[in-house]
Write a protein that binds this ligand. Structure first.
Ligand SMILES: Cc1cc2nc3c(=O)[nH]c(=O)nc-3n(C[C@H](O)[C@H](O)[C@H](O)COP(=O)(O)OP(=O)(O)OC[C@H]3O[C@@H](n4cnc5c(N)ncnc54)[C@H](O)[C@@H]3O)c2cc1C
Length: 387
C-alpha cells in the first residue's frame, strides 16, 4: 500500500477537478446530490462527457472503452466526483459491467460494455422483493422458459434508478425446484420491454426509489448472464463492488461544518472555543481518516487482482455509520438551525445537514444493512461459524 499519490495521479486529480469545476451546474448538483445520483438530462450529458475521457470505467480494457488504469486512479476520479456532489453512482460501470466482463458471453460484452463505458446507458439493480431483502436468495420473481425467451412475472421493491435506467439487472428465479441459492439467475432486461410498470416509492430523505411490476415480460434468453442458477453468487460479487462507496461527499460536509464552527458566534462566544464541539470534530476527523484508509485498502486489493469481500463490508459499515455520526454531530452543533430544510429562510449550509441527516439512515440500509455487514465480517472475515 502506498500512502501518497504519484505525480501522474496528482495530475489526474487536477484534471478531473478542473473538468468538474467547468461542468458543475446547479441542475447537475440538483440531480446528482439532492436527488441521490439521479440521471436526469444534466447528468446524462455530464456522464457522456466523463465517458469521452474514459473516466466512467477507467480500469476496463481499452477494447471495452476503458483506460486500463489502476483502481487507485478509479478511486481518485470517484472521490473528486463525490467531493463536488456530482458522483453518478455508476451501477453499470461499477456493478453490472464487471460481472458481465467476468461471466458474460462475447456477444454480451460487445452489446453492453462499450455503451456503459461511453456513459450512454445505465443499469438499475433488481434484487430486493418484499420477502427478500437481507435474505436476497429468497427472491421469487419467476422467469419461465418459452423457447428462446423467458417470460417474467412478479415484482421488485426498493429498486432505485428504475425510473431512468435503460436496463434492469434482474435477479429472477429460473428453477423453483432447486435449493434457493441455486435456483436464481441474473438476467438483463430492457426497461422499455412491454409489461413493465414502475411506481415511485419516496424515501424519508425525499429521494426516489421504486416498485417494479413484471407482467408477462418477454426477455431473450441471450440476456442471461453467466450460468443459469448461479445468479446468487454473481449478485454477491456485484454487491461487494457496490459497497465501495466514496467518501468525498462526507469529507466536504465535514469541511463545511468545520468552517461554520470556525466562524460562528453563539451568544457572543466563539463556537470554536467550545471544548465539546472541538472534541466531536476531532473524533470525526479521525473517523474520516479511517474511511479513507479503508478505501485505499480496497483499491489496493483490486489492483492486486483480488476481489474484495468482507473488506467491502468493513468500508460500507464504517463509512455509513461515520456518515450517521457526522450528521448527528452536525445537528447538535447547528442546534435549532440543523433541521431547517433547503430553501428555509434561516437554513444554514443550504439545508444540507437536514438532508444528510435523513439520508444517512437510508445509507445504513441499502446495499445491505449494517447488521448484514457485521454478519459478513464475522463469518467471512473472522471465520466464525454461521449462526
Ligand atoms: C433507499 C433505498 C434504496 C434501495 N435501493 C435498492 C436497489 O436499487 N436495488 C435493490 O435490489 N434493493 C435496494 N434496496 C433494498 C435494500 O437492499 C434492502 O432494504 C436491505 O437489504 C434490507 O432489506 P429489507 O428492507 O427487506 O429489510 P429486512 O431484511 O426485512 O431487515 C429488517 C431488519 O432486520 C435486520 N436483519 C435482517 N436479517 C438479519 C440477520 N440475518 N441478522 C441480523 N439482522 C438482520 C436488518 O438489518 C433490518 O434492520 C434499497 C433500499 C432502500 C431503503
Amino acid at each position: 500500500m502506498r500512502f501518497h499519490f504519484t505525480e501522474e495521479q496528482q495530475r489526474l486529480r487536477d484534471d478531473v477537478r478542473a473538468f468538474i469545476l467547468q461542468e458543475r451546474t446547479p441542475e447537475l448538483v440538483n440531480e446528482l446530490e439532492w436527488n441521490e445520483h439521479q440521471w436526469g438530462p444534466a447528468a446524462r450529458a455530464f456522464v457522456k462527457k466523463l465517458g469521452a475521457s474514459g473516466w466512467v470505467a477507467p480500469t476496463w480494457p481499452k477494447k471495452w472503452g476503458g483506460l486500463e488504469a489502476s483502481n487507485m486512479d478509479r478511486l481518485i476520479i470517484a472521490e473528486e466526483l463525490s467531493y463536488f456532489g456530482v458522483g453518478p453512482s455508476f451501477r453499470g460501470a461499477g456493478m453490472a459491467g464487471p460481472v458481465i466482463m467476468h461471466y458474460g458471453t462475447e456477444e454480451q460484452k460487445e452489446e453492453w460494455l462499450p455503451p456503459i463505458a461511453r456513459g450512454e446507458i445505465e443499469f438499475a439493480l433488481g434484487y430486493t422483493e418484499p420477502q427478500a431483502g437481507s435474505d436476497v436468495a429468497a427472491l421469487d420473481i419467476r422467469a419461465v422458459d418459452d423457447g428462446d425467451y423467458f417470460i417474467i412475472n412478479g415484482m421488485k421493491t426498493f429498486n432505485s434508478a428504475c425510473h431512468f435506467a435503460d436496463y434492469h439487472w434482474l435477479g429472477a428465479r429460473t428453477d423453483p425446484d432447486a435449493p434457493k441459492h441455486r435456483g436464481v439467475s441474473l438476467i438483463i432486461v430492457d426497461m422499455k420491454s412491454p409489461g413493465i410498470t414502475v411506481r415511485p416509492l419516496w424515501t424519508m430523505a425525499g429521494t426516489r426509489t421504486n416498485e417494479v411490476y413484471y407482467d408477462n415480460v418477454r426477455v431473450p434468453k441471450k440476456n442471461l448472464v453467466g450460468q443459469r442458477g448461479r445468479g446468487f453468487s454473481q449478485m454477491a460479487q456485484a454487491l461487494d463492488l457496490e459497497r465501495m462507496y466514496p467518501i468525498g461527499g462526507l469529507q466536504r460536509s465535514f469541511e463545511e461544518l468545520v468552517e461554520y464552527v470556525r466562524k460562528a458566534n453563539i451568544d457572543g462566544k466563539r463556537l470554536a472555543d467550545d471544548q465539546i464541539v472541538r472534541r466531536q470534530l476531532a473524533e470525526m476527523a479521525a473517523d474520516l481518516e479511517v474511511c479513507r484508509l479503508l478505501s485505499f485498502r480496497l483499491a489496493t486489493i483490486l489492483d492486486q487482482g483480488r476481489v474484495p469481500n468482507y473488506e467491502s463490508s468493513t468500508l460500507k459499515l464504517f463509512l455509513t455509520e461515520t456518515s450517521s455520526r457526522l450528521s448527528h454531530v452536525s445537528m447538535k452543533i447547528l442546534g435549532p438551525y440543523g433541521p431547517l430544510l433547503r430553501g428555509s429562510h434561516r437554513a444554514v449550509l443550504d439545508g444540507i445537514v437536514a438532508y444528510h441527516h435523513r439520508l444517512s439512515v437510508i445509507e445504513t440500509i441499502y446495499g445491505g444493512s449494517s447488521e448484514i455487514q457485521r454478519n459478513i465480517i464475522a463469518l467471512r472475515g473472522l471465520g466464525l461459524p454461521r449462526a
